[in-house]
Design a protein around this ligand. Structure first.
Ligand code: FAD
Ligand code: NAD
Length: 474
């Protein structure tokens, strides 16, 4: 065996690179192997996984550009700014996005050098165990490691009979790289990717139709937030159809033709220039050789782990999208730090109850904790404080007073159980709620904290006051 490590991390996404950095910080000889298909110009594997290459970061770059485009076209005028009709240079927008990806993925390599993490280029595959070392084949060599952290992430789920070519029929990879604004864009799945990518291309001028299988919208979100979001997105021009059953999808000379049954069972046909398939993601265990070493997967193909990300094998851990729980980069990073610290003998910890969710549409949607429908289902007595952004001076000044903050607190103890926001900068505002909930705060605690004026955070403050029916500005 050529090389030996205390810790080998398989996969260099947010789960993997963070686990490697933290393990190295804690004094362990650490390597991370990566077989990323999005190789950089030097032919090396690029770190950062789905998140940095074809997920969180590129999507947010395009959301920003398309938001500015929409503002320039629709709201500048009302503020007395004339710039004429804005034009979009799609290749330039994509080039900017690619530049951000290059910068950040390169930055992780720098962090590896700084923390003395060895980067091994190649696909990691379990071979077996020799003494106290796991043997893992990486590319052409076999390395030994006392502890292995599997962080192989996820890939887009595709639908049978709908081949993705990432040109006409795209998953997240192609959706982030369209070379022109499609006149008509079809999206299958009204989940997070469908809404974010649908918003990008709608803002830039595409006519977007989203076909969703379920009868309800955003079933994980609080019911009031989902209702408001559907109203706003529909007003913006996203055509979202529910209860759809997708039939034959054909690539034609002009684009793509989608046959489907609508919610009443009537056969329909949708012709579009491009199709985005965003129907969820599946864990990535391809070529890991899990079965050879008896690494247990669950019925959905995820690596089975306990609350501390321990697998059924001694010294083998798994974090991020390849295990249960929400497929979110910050959840992967939390688990990564926990595992590295547990390996080092520390008290690693991950509070799954306070993992925030964010959807980067406009308005943004963010929440933490339990929804009103969950509290009802669980028979928990609660009080609600709900305040719109409409009366907030900062929101009006920004020209963006849509949405509200809704706080749910225990009727008996006043402890905050959930905070749900739809509105401008919800992605940033939710952090206050996460901190409050991590500290076990009551709504009264937030109500008695001074919030800067004029800020959007005053609406969070007012929602806390509203739980006790004493809002000051509403
Ligand atoms: P990944 O990021 O998937 O990384 C796994 C890595 O392992 C990959 O680089 C892969 O090449 C490598 N690998 C796999 N198998 C092997 C092997 N056998 N050997 C070596 N290497 C291997 N989350 C958010 O929190 N916020 C967002 O805004 C957000 N936006 C998103 C937008 C899109 C379009 C998509 C698709 C996802 C988004 N996500 C977002 C989800 C987020 O990207 C994932 O939750 C996160 O990347 C998971 O991290 P991970 O390390 O578990 O897996
Ligand atoms: P998703 O689970 O968010 O949504 C998938 C949607 O597709 C659901 O509404 C589902 O009912 C629908 N669907 C499933 N099968 C269908 C079918 N046959 N026909 C029509 N509709 C169908 O999945 P996604 O949008 O693909 O995103 C994948 C994951 O990536 C997310 O769950 C999330 O964890 C992560 N992500 C996060 C962010 C963020 O944090 N802002 C952004 C993008 C992606």
């Amino acid at each position: 065996m050529s090389k030996e490590f205390d810790v080998l991390v398989i996969g260099g996404g947010p789960g993997g690179y963070v686990a490697a950095i933290r393990a190295a910080q804690l004094g362990m000889k650490t390597a991370c192997c990566e077989s990323n298909p999005y190789a950089d110009p030097k032919g090396e594997p690029r770190l950062g996984g789905t998140c940095l290459n074809v997920g969180c970061i590129p999507s947010k770059a395009l959301l920003h550009t398309s938001h500015l485009f929409e503002e320039a076209g629709h709201s500048f005028e009302s503020q007395g700014i004339s710039v004429g009709k804005p034009k979009i240079d799609v290749p330039k927008m994509i080039e900017r996005k690619n530049g951000i990806v290059e910068q950040l993925t390169g930055g992780i390599k720098g962090l590896f050098r700084k923390n003395k993490v060895t980067l091994l280029a190649g696909h990691g595959s379990f071979v077996g165990r020799a003494g106290d070392l796991w043997q893992v084949k990486v590319g052409d060599e076999t390395v030994g490691a006392r502890q292995v952290i599997v962080a192989t992430g996820s890939k887009a789920r595709h639908l049978p009979g709908i081949p993705v070519d990432n040109s006409i029929v795209c998953d997240n990879v192609g959706a982030l790289d369209l070379n022109a604004v499609p006149k008509k864009l079809a999206v299958i799945g009204a989940g997070v990717i469908g809404l974010e990518m649908g918003s990008v291309w709608r803002r830039l001028g595409a006519e977007v139709t989203v076909l969703e299988a379920l009868p309800d919208f955003l079933s994980l979100a609080d019911v009031d937030v989902a209702k408001e979001a559907l109203k706003v997105f529909t007003r913006q021009g996203l055509d979202i159809q529910f209860g759809c059953r997708i039939g034959e999808v054909r690539v034609t000379k002009k684009g793509v033709s989608i046959a489907y049954a609508d919610r009443n069972g009537a056969e329909q046909k949708l012709d579009a220039d491009r199709l985005i398939v965003s129907v969820g993601r599946v864990p990535n265990t391809d070529g890991l050789n899990a079965e050879a070493v008896g690494l247990q997967l669950n019925e959905r193909g995820m690596i089975e782990v306990d609350g501390h990300c321990r697998t059924n094998l001694p010294g083998v851990w798994a974090v991020g999208d390849v295990v249960r729980g929400p497929m979110l980069a910050h959840k992967a990073m939390e688990e990564a730090v926990m595992v590295a610290e547990l390996i080092a003998g520390q008290a690693g910890h991950c509070n799954f109850d306070t993992v925030p969710w964010v959807i980067y549409t406009s308005p943004e949607i963010a929440w933490v904790g339990r929804t009103e429908q969950q509290l009802k289902r669980d028979g928990v007595a609660y009080r609600v404080g709900k305040i719109p952004f409409l009366a907030n001076g900062r929101a009006l000044g920004m020209g963006d007073p849509t949405g509200f903050v809704k706080m749910l607190a225990c009727a008996n103890t006043d402890r905050i159980l959930g905070v749900h926001i739809i509105g401008a900068n919800a992605s940033e505002l939710i952090s206050e709620a996460v901190v409050a909930m991590e500290f076990g705060a009551a709504s009264e605690d937030l109500a008695r904290i001074c919030h800067a004026h004029p800020t959007l955070s005053e609406v969070v403050h007012e929602a806390a006051l509203a739980v006790d029916k004493r809002p000051l500005h509403f």
